[in-house]
Ligand binder design. Structure first.
Ligand SMILES: [Zn+2]
Length: 233
């Protein structure tokens, strides 16, 4: 399986050290140095997270195995556990764009080292309906995609797929309700310009959202669909 995240990535001490150093450098350069770790408040000079907190993040090691309709591969960065769960909630409910960017940075650095990104590919953040966008002011999936785009070296397409109307929040529904609620929620404008569509979202729960989006991407011409999510519950 070409796109499965290798289990060995985090077991190789040397690779691990290299990318952890990269994580610090990039997060520092993007968000500026902090006087204390954003998670544990340990005083630090020039980092955003302390080394111990980076080490303790719930990095997902096991590859994703559950089949999602219409989706060829699934890339998952973290378990949906502390502090990733809190950072994701902060992006959505406290409008903390910096947390969304940091999640994208952390995930992007690791992802770039463990996957082969297809030649003809683009990132497709899960869109928000215009009404929801006006209330929140930003789309967290887009904010996560901005650093991912840099690390994966693929363009971002925020135009081709859209969500005409807001639906109920998926997290308020059970698995069956989510499927019904999201059915037909996404539309496409014309055809997509790439063979491989990489859907970006913050958290994967039942997979109903990415499958609904994958269906639309396929009808818009995508030959392969990958789901790329920060965390899986
Ligand atoms: Zn810390």
């Amino acid at each position: 399986m070409k796109y499965q995240i290798p289990l060995s990535t985090l077991d190789d001490g040397r690779d691990r050290d290299n990318w952890l150093i990269s994580v610090q450098r990039v997060v520092d350069s993007v968000l500026g140095g902090a006087q204390e770790c954003r998670l544990c408040r340990t005083p630090i000079d020039d980092q955003f997270l302390c080394q111990a907190c980076i080490d303790d993040l719930p990095w997902r090691i096991a590859p994703w195995t559950r089949r999602l309709p219409q989706v060829d591969s699934v890339w998952v960065g973290f378990e949906f556990a502390y502090p990733i769960r809190q950072l994701i909630h902060r992006t959505k409910y406290s409008r903390d764009i910096a947390s969304a960017r940091m999640l994208g940075e952390l995930w992007g650095i690791r992802l770039a080292g463990i996957v082969d990104v297809p030649q003809s590919a683009a990132l497709f953040p899960v869109p928000l309906a215009r009404s929801r966008m006006l209330i929140r002011g930003f789309n967290q999936a887009v904010e996560i995609s901005l650093p991912l785009r840099r690390y994966l070296g693929v363009p971002l397409d925020v135009v081709s797929i859209y969500k005409p109307h807001a639906r109920k929040t998926q997290s308020s529904l059970d698995a069956v309700g989510r499927k019904v609620n999201i059915r037909g929620a996404f539309k496409h404008r014309g055809r997509v310009a790439v063979d491989t569509a990489i859907i970006v979202d913050d958290v994967l729960t039942t997979g109903a959202t990415v499958s609904a989006m994958a269906r639309v991407l396929r009808s818009a011409g995508a030959k392969q669909v990958i789901a790329c999510v920060v965390a899986a519950a």
